[in-house]
Design a protein around this ligand. Structure first.
Ligand code: ADP
Ligand code: MG
Length: 325
């Protein structure tokens, strides 16, 4: 187990600062998720922690030790990629064992380790199979097991579920949360998907353009976004944001507005027409055109229809105010 500290990390590619003077404390044993739009620098940051990329300036500490000049293999870190590297010609057992053989671990010890890990990730019955006979989720578990066998102090994962279909992705999320609990190891998980971040993280670190926008547990990020970028990145549909004349803007979550055919009172109120309706089962999402702009409203009431004239109102404590910059 180990904490990670990034101190004043800058990374420049072709004179372009991809990571800008970034400071971050990653807590020991926690599940930290780095999330942000494509190209914001998540992979670059993760690769620097792993030692696969060298920072232009700044220091990286793992377990309190400056590893800025330590080789990747010596950092006590394992990395699982999106395109997981497993050897197709080797059995599951041989794949998991591979790193141990290289380290000259005796046979009996190897077998015990491999079988223990196979059990942890639910592969006990598949040890003699070839990867080609496994499902996508099982192959992903082989990749995890291969990383686990070296007992790293830190796991880095770069969009490890993005090649899986939607259903399997949801199942693997739960498995990863359980795996993290079992191992108690520091997990740093990269994704562009805010739903993944919200559902898995102890702490979310939201990045944009090489800078951290906010770091907080999911609930805090959702209920008290510190700026308009965070407010719109976290949550589906995103927060409604409307500009005010003084350079500030205000926003409210789609589920924070009440919706009615009767006139409503609130700190913010508007009147308009439903232009789209998307029934999702327990909730319905309506898009409204009003005199104050276009808003998305999420409601448990599915009785409204396109072209209905409706009123919305938002209470004071559900309004968020942002500096427009
Ligand atoms: P993310 O993982 O958040 O999608 P990346 O870390 O892959 O983002 O990339 C961040 C930025 O750095 C992008 O603009 C990308 O084009 C650039 N970049 C990444 N790797 C290199 C490289 N080896 N050479 C030049 N530019 C790079
Ligand atoms: Mg990436």
């Amino acid at each position: 187990m180990a904490s990670i500290q990034l101190k004043q990390i800058t990374k420049t590619f072709d004179k372009h600062d991809v990571i800008k003077d970034l400071n971050l404390d990653i807590e020991d044993g926690k599940f930290t998720v780095l999330v942000g739009p494509s190209g914001c620098g998540k992979t670059t940051l993760l690769r620097m922690i792993a030692g696969l990329e060298v920072q232009t300036s700044g220091q990286i500490y793992v377990g309190g030790k400056d590893v800025s000049k330590v080789a990747p293999g010596q950092r006590g870190i394992a990395m699982v990629f999106q395109n997981y590297a497993i050897y197709p010609t080797m059995s599951v057992r041989e794949n998991i064992e591979f790193g141990l053989k290289n380290n000259k671990v005796p046979k009996a010890e190897r077998t015990e380790l491999v079988e223990g890990i196979a059990e942890t990730v639910g592969l006990s019955d598949y040890l003699d199979r070839k990867p080609s006979t496994l499902s996508g989720g099982q192959r992903q578990r082989v990749a995890l097991a291969r990383a686990m066998v070296k007992k790293p102090a830190v796991f880095l994962m770069d969009e490890p579920l993005s090649n899986l279909d939607a259903k399997l992705r949801v199942q693997m999320r739960i498995e990863l949360i359980e795996l993290h609990k079992k191992l108690g190891t520091t997990f740093v998980y990269v994704t562009h998907d805010q739903v993944e971040a919200m559902s898995m993280a102890d702490k979310i670190v939201l990045m944009n353009k090489g800078e951290i926008q906010q770091e907080a547990p999911p609930e805090v990020m959702y209920h008290t976004p510190s700026n308009a970028f965070t407010a719109q990145f976290i949550g589906v549909p995103p927060m409604n944001i409307s500009a005010m004349s003084d350079g500030f803007s205000f926003g409210f979550r789609p589920e924070s507005a009440s919706l009615s055919k009767e006139k409503l009172l609130g700190a913010f109120a508007a009147h308009g027409r439903i232009v789209t309706r998307e029934m999702l089962g327990s909730e319905t999402i309506y898009q409204l055109k009003t005199e104050h702009g276009s808003f998305m409203i999420k409601s448990i009431d599915d009785s409204f229809r396109v072209d209905d004239e409706v009123h919305i109102a938002v209470k004071q404590d559900k309004l968020h105010f942002f500096d427009a910059r």
